[in-house]
Design a protein. Structure first.
Length: 149
């Protein structure tokens, strides 16, 4: 009896561990003021996820949205542009770097990056010309991404 139970337990563990990893949820807040005092930010600026994971963009402050930056997401991936001032969720399926901007505050540097699996389009993403403060913020995010490897 005891042996049988142990065997059963072993089978259950084996079955569970062979299941694919469950999809995870992440939050990115859209804020007038970040925790470090800088204004117009997505927080965190960099989120690394796996294909099938969902990111919830939270309208913690009013007047913001989340939009994929043209040329800054993997080929074949779906682009999006969320309505201003609303929470928005997106499930990322394709590996690569997704540059995200707040449409009204792009030039003020309100940008974020979602990296799904492998950063397959790193060179293309780095090559996108960024306006104003977005250039500095993305430089910092790319540095953070390098450090996270
Ligand atoms: Cu904004």
């Amino acid at each position: 009896m005891r042996l049988t139970r142990l065997t059963l337990a072993g089978l259950v563990v084996a079955a569970l561990s062979s299941l694919p990893a469950l999809a995870a949820d992440f939050e990115v807040k859209m804020l007038n003021k970040g925790s470090d005092g800088s204004s117009m930010v997505f927080e965190p600026a960099l989120t690394q996820i796996q294909p099938g994971d969902t990111v919830h963009f939270i309208a913690a402050s009013k007047g913001h949205n989340a939009e994929t930056i043209p040329g800054m997401f993997p080929e074949g991936a779906e682009s999006f542009k969320s309505p201003i001032g609303k929470d928005f969720s997106f499930t990322f399926e394709k590996d690569g770097i997704y540059g995200i901007r707040c449409t009204p505050h792009y030039g003020m540097g309100m940008v974020a990056m979602i990296v799904v699996g492998e950063p397959t389009n790193l060179d293309e993403a780095k090559g996108v010309k960024q306006p104003g403060k977005a250039a500095d913020r993305f430089e910092a995010i790319f540095t953070q991404l390098e450090a996270a490897k």
